[in-house]
Structures are given as C-alpha cells and as structure tokens.
Design a protein around this ligand. Structure first.
Ligand SMILES: *Cc1c(COP(=O)(O)O)cnc(C)c1O
Length: 361
C-alpha cells in the first residue's frame, strides 16, 4: 500500500540545531552559538516560564479556557473581534488553516522566490499548486505591488512576507494597499508578519477592517522566544467569524502554549529588550562583516559570502551555526540571526575569518 503521489512535496529544511551539530562534530553544545533559526537569544520571557511551571501539573485537561483567554487578549490587542483571531500551532498552523479555508483541489497560490518554503508545502498538502514571483538581488529584493502583479494570474492566495525571510526586505504599506486593490476579489492576500515586532512599520493588521481579502499571520516563535511551544495566529476578515470552527484541528494549540503566550504578551520589558538587541546586532553585523549585507527589518541579516555552503560549514566547525541559503535558491548567501552582544561579536569575528579562508582556499 502506498501513500498518494508525494513526488512534488519537498521536506522542510530547518536551520541546524545545537545538539545535532555538537553530536556531529564531537563538540560541547555549550560552546556553540546558534544563529541559524532566528530564535530569541534571550530565551523566553520569564513571565512565560513561570506560567509553564504553574500549569505543568494541569496538562491532563484539554485546553479550553486558556485558548479563549489568548484569543480574547489578542483580539483586544489588535482591536478586532475574537472571531478574527485564529490561534494555531505556530504560524505554520495558521497557514494550514488558511489553506483549508480557501483552497479547492487544483487552486493555485503565489509565493515569493526566494521565500519561506512552508507556503508551497501547505498548498500542496491541500491539493493546491504553486507559482512564484521573483524578488531580485539586483534591486535589493525590493517588494512592490508591481513585482507581485507581474507574476499574478488570478491565484487564490498571494503570500507577502514582511519583513521578508531570508532577505529582510519589507513591503511598504502603500504597496500592500495597491496590491490588495489590484488582485481579483477571490484572491486572499496573506501578509506574513513573523518578524513584525522587529519592524518600525505599522502592521498590515490595521488594514483588516478596510479590506475583506486580507489575512495577517503572526507568531510567538521569534520575538517572544516561544518557538519550542509552537504557537502563532492568523488575523482574518471580519466576515469569517464562523470559519475557524469549520477548519481547525480540535484544540488547535496546547494548554501550556496558550498560557505562556498570554503571559508573554504582558511582558513588555522582555519584548523591548529583544527588539533593542536585534536592532543593535543588525547594525553591528552590517557594519562589521566584510561581506556584502542587505538592509534588514528582521532579527537576521543576509550576507553575500561567495560560497555559502563552504562558509556555513567552516563557521559551524568554528562554533557559530548560520543558515546556508542554498535551499532558498541563494547559494552565495548565508543568513545570520541576531544574537546576544557576545554571540554577535563572536559571529563577526568567526565569519570574517572563515570567509577569508574559504576565498583563499
Ligand atoms: C518562522 C517563520 C514563520 C512561523 O514560524 P512558526 O514557528 O510556525 O510560528 C512563518 N513565516 C516565516 C517567514 C518565518 O520565518
């Protein structure tokens, strides 16, 4: 017996983990600086950790109140109705719910290239097909309505990542509005704001009441430091109030994740510290790395190092794990997440050295 034809499906390639690399190289995990997955170098909010301890002994019950509390809190925060907030297992879970809500078999989605691979994966899981619009190195991966519309052919979902992973570029508000105006009525534009907290721009969520073809996705994995709990959400059009109940997996997010996320939302200090460090580290990487770098609004910087795979390997052996962007179709680039001050300084020193060594080899 065989599963369905999965030949068009490609596995997600995550940044490499500390334990995995340490085991491979026979190194002490403590000696490694992981800057490959855009995680929060300060860890989770202490308020979230307290709540995890508090609720650990109560995980024998299904999450109900905790899910409602988080949804209500987010609705207040974004000035939306609770029906417009779809809590999920990571923002990836929200992408699945949007696919389920929108796609009929054979429907097409439009995704950025380079871009986040899960957009295409979730479309294929839901029997959809995938087309892409190019973001180009030549114009610093600029994101404009024209760029998207040139490739647009009536797709059911159009994905915009802002700030964009892995390049760090943003789609300005005016451009997003132009895009929303120009796509067909049946097209949902998804603004993925996984890195929204690091940007100084207004969230696309402020447009939700003006456009009925917009959804915004957000996550607790990055700025809130809760990647391991898998918790995120989508903000959806007001007309969709009864849709979530028809598409979600029962108890969409777990008890501890919902409680911790709600607590993290109250900890402004931790978020501020996180964003401040990321901005400092972004500037530091851009100023001090010898390689060409791009402006970034996220907690990472894309760098042109020539041979990404060789540089990422050498850097890892020297204790700094970065993301080789070959799998994004950028074989000359690595993506370096912003670390603590110490971690970022170490990354610059190691990357400048190994890039020189690789070039000379
Ligand atoms: C990290 C990331 C997400 C969501 O990650 P989750 O951990 O599933 O919340 C979504 N989009 C982009 C572009 C990301 O980089």
């Amino acid at each position: 017996m065989q599963p369905r034809d999965l030949s068009a499906h490609t596995p997600y390639v995550p940044g490499r983990g500390v334990e995995e690399v340490a085991r491979d190289l026979g190194m002490d995990p403590e000696s490694l600086t992981k800057l490959s997955s855009n995680e929060n170098p300060h860890g989770p909010s202490p308020a979230a950790v307290d709540v995890l301890h508090e609720y650990a002994s109560r995980v024998h019950v299904y999450p109900k109140a905790s899910h409602t509390d988080l949804t209500d809190r987010l609705a207040t925060e974004w000035d939306l109705t609770p029906g417009q907030v779809w809590v999920s297992a990571g923002a990836d879970g929200s992408l699945d719910y949007l696919s389920r809500a929108v796609l009929e078999p054979g429907d097409r989605v439009l995704v950025p290239d380079p871009g986040f691979s899960y957009y295409g994966m979730t479309a294929r899981y839901h029997h959809g097909t995938v087309a892409s619009y190019p973001l180009s190195k030549a114009d610093d991966f600029a994101q404009t309505a024209d760029r998207v519309i040139d490739a647009y052919d009536g797709e059911r979902i159009v994905y915009v990542t802002t700030p964009h992973n892995p390049t760090g570029s943003e789609m300005p508000h005016e451009e997003l509005i132009a895009l929303l105006d120009r796509v067909d009525d049946h097209t949902l534009v998804v603004a993925d704001e996984a890195y929204g907290e690091y940007s100084t721009r207004e969230s696309a969520a402020t447009l939700l009441n003006a456009f009925d073809n917009l959804a915004v996705t957000r996550t607790f994995s990055k700025a809130y430091g809760l990647a391991g709990l898998r918790i995120g959400y989508a903000l959806v059009p007001s007309e969709w109030a009864d849709v979530y109940a028809r598409v979600n997996t029962p108890f969409a997010a777990n008890e501890l994740a919902c409680r911790a996320a709600t607590a993290a939302l109250t900890d402004d200090g931790h978020l501020e510290k996180t964003v401040e460090t990321a901005r400092w580290a972004r500037d530091y990487l851009q100023e001090r790395l010898d390689a060409h770098t791009w402006e970034s609004a996220g907690n990472f910087v894309l760098c042109d190092v020539g041979d990404a795979s060789a540089v990422a390997d050498a850097s890892q052996r020297a204790g700094v794990i970065v993301r080789d962007c070959s799998s994004f179709g950028l074989p000359a680039c690595i993506r370096v997440s912003t670390g603590t001050r110490e971690g970022t300084e170490r990354a610059v020193e190691v990357l400048n050295r190994v890039t020189r060594e690789v070039a000379e080899a």
